[in-house]
Design a protein around this ligand. Structure first.
Ligand SMILES: NC(=O)c1ccc[n+]([C@@H]2O[C@H](COP(=O)([O-])OP(=O)(O)OC[C@H]3O[C@@H](n4cnc5c(N)ncnc54)[C@H](OP(=O)(O)O)[C@@H]3O)[C@@H](O)[C@H]2O)c1
Length: 485
């Protein structure tokens, strides 16, 4: 295993397993091999947050599509929640018996009482955990109280549901956690919320590993359902929409995806609607493709060559340009990213010398811009980049200083480096099968090892030579330095 290869890959996450390196990629869910879990119509399904937007949508779907007849909808407000009476009436007309219960699911005793109240005639066969409190904010703005507020209805509650259903609900066939894609790849600017959802995903894995039913659904953004919406939902949707390539789900699509996810046997499924064409177009414009999506969004030769979509390509492109041209390319890159983040139609709507704060940047969008530029350039940029370099031009010049080769006529023109650039381009444009990929990786690693060993040997030899040709004075000085008097 070569850690150098892991670092050189530019991947934000690499898992090391023995000699192999793994990187995360979203992949399409394989068609179901297992049978869809059947919810016994005589059993009861508990939905936490059941009077909320998605909770109510799932309740309707379970009654209509899965024949569920006994539902408990739990929320802190219980029957006082907006729309609760209407929902009970609607589900009642479809033959379901529904109780809406005031229960704070962060309270273990309250959850235990909720489960104990499920009648023996209709034992608990399903749990859908949809309770949440949303709080957007970058990690630096989070304090303990804000984290606790977001974590409690997700993480604390899921621990109670997990532990107590193990004891009190032996007939459980489905344990469904409504998580959010923020836990996987849309989390910028939602530090606490993203982490709380990742907690749900981890609990689903833990339960699966223990042989218990569990499915965490890391939803992308949703359209408002039946006039219901939350300010927070709005915030997520707008941010995601601006990002391009992520389209809000309608209730019908969401429930189709729920049904597709149930029989997969996976602990975590990410039901998100991606506009792959928009993502490819973004990539061609220099936005790059989030590493996690690279298995789904294939950028063609043209996009890769456009150079800005991958950081290696950008560096290669800059190496062929004059300093003035380099600055222009980087300014266009910054303007393009600013346009995407702010939802403008094009880079031409972004002025080079207008301050980011006057253009409408806040802390969330600043982090998003930083992330996108980090992705496009491969540079480790500070979160404060947008404040430190307050206009697109200033930021482009800063990137220029960090990216442009110092000596145009020097190292970049060495024949070895020129050949390496060609090899990089070839690798970027090729999508070999797994066996070839593995052979190529082994050869490259072998080359690197041989090269490093040869370089180290030459350096040792050089040092020996210096030592051998050193004067007496130099030798004594060395002995003094190394061993003192
Ligand atoms: N909407 C989206 O675009 C979207 C996208 C991705 C993922 N999701 C996920 O889908 C799930 C549902 O989202 P939503 O949009 O339906 O949210 P929502 O409309 O805000 O509903 C959340 C529900 O949780 C309940 N709740 C909050 N704290 C509770 C507590 N301590 N105990 C019991 N109930 C509690 C609320 O009822 P009370 O106020 O009465 O307690 C409310 O009914 C969430 O897990 C969310 O992360 C939603």
């Amino acid at each position: 295993m070569d850690l150098g290869a892991a670092l050189a890959s530019g991947e934000p996450q690499v898992a090391v397993r023995g000699a192999a390196l793994y990187v995360p990629r979203l992949a399409r869910v394989a068609p179901a091999a297992a049978a869809e879990p059947v919810l016994d119509p005589d059993g009861t399904v508990l939905i936490t947050g059941g009077t909320g937007m998605l909770g109510a949508t799932v309740a309707r779907h379970l009654v209509e599509r899965h024949g569920v007849r006994h539902l408990v909808l739990a929320g802190r407000r219980g029957p006082e929640a907006e729309g609760a009476a209407r929902l009970v009436a609607e589900l009642g007309e479809r033959g379901a018996e529904v109780s809406v219960v005031a229960c704070d699911v962060t309270d273990r005793d309250a959850v235990a009482a909720l489960l104990a109240a499920v009648p023996d005639a209709h034992p608990l066969t399903g749990v859908v955990h949809a309770a949440r409190i949303f709080d957007a904010g970058v990690i630096g703005e989070m304090d303990q109280d804000r984290m606790a507020r977001v974590f409690a209805p997700k993480a604390t509650a899921v621990e109670h549901l997990d532990a107590l259903t193990r004891e009190l609900a032996p007939d459980l066939a489905a344990f469904i956690l409504l998580s959010s894609a923020s836990s996987v790849f849309l989390g910028a600017g939602t530090g606490g919320y993203a982490a709380a959802n990742a907690y749900l995903d981890a609990v689903a894995h833990r339960r699966r590993a223990a042989g218990l039913p569990a499915l965490s659904l890391a939803w992308g953004p949703w359209e408002p359902v039946g006039g219901q919406d939350t300010v927070t939902g709005e915030a997520v949707r707008n941010r995601a929409g601006r990002r391009g390539g992520v389209v809000p789900l309608t209730p019908t699509e969401g429930m189709e995806l729920l049904d597709a996810a149930l029989p997969t046997g996976e602990a975590l499924v990410v039901p998100v609607k991606l506009d792959l064409r928009a993502l490819r177009a973004d990539a061609a414009l220099g936005a790059g493709v989030a590493p996690l999506l690279r298995g789904l969004v294939r950028t063609g030769r043209k996009a890769a060559r456009a150079g800005a979509g991958d950081s290696g390509g950008l560096a290669r492109k800059l190496a062929t340009l004059s300093p003035a041209e380099q600055e222009t390319v980087l300014l266009e890159l910054v303007q393009g990213q600013v346009a995407t983040v702010l939802g403008h139609a094009g880079a031409d709507q972004v002025r080079a010398e207008t301050a980011f704060k006057d253009a409408g940047f806040d802390s969330l969008t600043s982090v998003e811009l930083r992330n996108r530029l980090r992705e496009a350039t491969g540079l480790n940029l500070p979160a404060t980049a947008v404040f430190d370099y307050p206009t697109p031009l200033a930021l482009a010049r800063y990137l220029h200083g960090r990216l442009a080769p110092d000596d145009q006529a020097g190292p970049t023109t060495h024949p070895l480096l020129a050949e390496l650039s060609k090899l990089e381009a070839l690798l970027a444009d090729t999508a070999p099968d797994d066996a070839t990929r593995s052979q190529v990786a082994t050869r490259l690693q072998g080359l690197l090892t041989t090269w490093s060993t040869a370089t180290a040997t030459e350096q040792d030899a050089d040092e020996d030579l210096d030592f051998a040709s050193a004067s007496d004075d130099e030798l004594f000085e060395l002995i003094d330095t190394e061993f003192g008097h």
